[in-house]
Design a protein around this ligand. Structure first.
Ligand SMILES: *[C@@H]1O[C@H](CO)[C@@H](O)[C@H](O)[C@H]1NC(C)=O
Ligand SMILES: *[C@@H]1O[C@H](CO)[C@@H](O)[C@H](O)[C@H]1NC(C)=O
Length: 299
């Protein structure tokens, strides 16, 4: 009897210590904390769909339909032609993103999955914009390992900079704990993607005869241009001035003067993911715009 009560007490303590991180009604969070936490749900939905579909051939509608919340099906997303290693890594990323969607939605109310355009054409447009002219044939993110890794290079990094930007604006400890946890895994994903690309840096992306490194440099330059706030994005090789301690070209991780992660505001992120350079002009991966109070305030 005593043993049972003791066990129940331990269970109770354990469950209440977990509850601290997830406040279901968001009542403990300031309005601004709620806005800053729901915003990245837009990015997490996109990552979950792109990685689950790319590796496994299905997305949230099959794996966790309750998280979709009645949102429309993503456009053009599909399974990619991947080697076993890359498929395994990307499937892990996919499930990690599902966890992130759950974590955000158990902390704030959030919103249903927004309309996502993950079609070949949507990624091809990003690459054409990055090079300043149409690639021939047009870029297919789902065609092979290298193309899929380059398409993935486009995504977690943007989330990462958003979490770095959100952190100093948060008030409540539970919001900071959540954002630190999300940031840790997003930056881990970015590091894995960059490492896999770095190993292939000198290889050409076929049939363009352009190296993997050059693709990353162009994509990062495009994001800097769209974000309109200077350099916050760097490819895999940079001028030594931009490398760690201003001393090295190799740039396996992006970072500022003291190798601290760059930060971006929600506005900068919208300019990039809309592909328009304007937080009030939706398009790109979000044809109808992103959801949540911050994004909606510009539409
Ligand atoms: C939520 O608010 C209550 C009442 O102010 C406080 O006792 C509790 O510690 C807060 N929880 C968290 C996780 O901040
Ligand atoms: C998806 O993106 C492509 C490329 O920008 C565009 O041509 C297509 O119309 C988009 N689809 C929808 C439904 O917005």
């Amino acid at each position: 009897m005593i043993l049972v009560s003791l066990l129940l007490l331990i269970l109770h303590l354990l469950s209440s210590s977990c509850d601290e991180y997830f406040i279901n009604d968001g009542n403990n969070l300031t309005k601004s904390d709620v806005d800053l936490i729901e915003f990245p749900l837009n990015i997490e939905y996109m990552e979950a769909e792109f990685f689950l579909w790319g590796s496994l051939g299905y997305g949230l509608d099959k794996f966790a339909p309750q998280l979709v919340d009645g949102g429309p099906k993503p456009i053009g997303v599909r399974i990619a032609k991947l080697s076993p290693l890359i498929r395994d890594v990307i499937a892990q990323f996919g499930f990690q993103e599902v966890g992130h969607v759950r974590a955000i939605k158990s902390t704030v109310r959030g919103f249903p999955r927004p309309l996502l355009n993950l079609s070949i054409e949507s990624f091809a447009t990003v690459m054409n914009d990055a090079f300043g002219h149409p690639l021939q044939p047009s870029f297919d993110p789902y065609a092979n390992d290298i193309n899929y890794l380059l398409a993935s290079y486009v995504i977690p990094y943007v989330g990462l900079t958003g979490y770095v930007g959100a952190n100093p604006k948060l008030h409540s400890p539970s919001a900071k704990r959540l954002v630190a946890g999300l940031l840790g895994v997003e930056s881990g994903q970015d590091a894995v993607l960059r490492t896999l690309l770095y190993e292939r840096g000198r290889e050409n992306v076929e049939p363009y005869g352009i190296t993997v490194t050059e693709f990353t440099n162009r994509i990062s330059e495009l994001r800097n241009k769209l974000g309109r706030q200077g350099i916050k994005d760097e490819g895999l090789r940079v001028k030594p001035k931009l490398g760690a301690e201003g001393s090295i070209r190799g740039n396996i991780l992006a970072g500022g003067k003291y190798s601290l992660s760059y930060d971006r505001t929600p506005e900068e992120i919208l300019r990039i993911v809309y592909g328009s350079g304007d937080e009030s002009k939706p398009g790109g991966f979000y044809p109808n715009g992103a959801e949540g109070r911050i994004a909606k305030s510009y539409l």
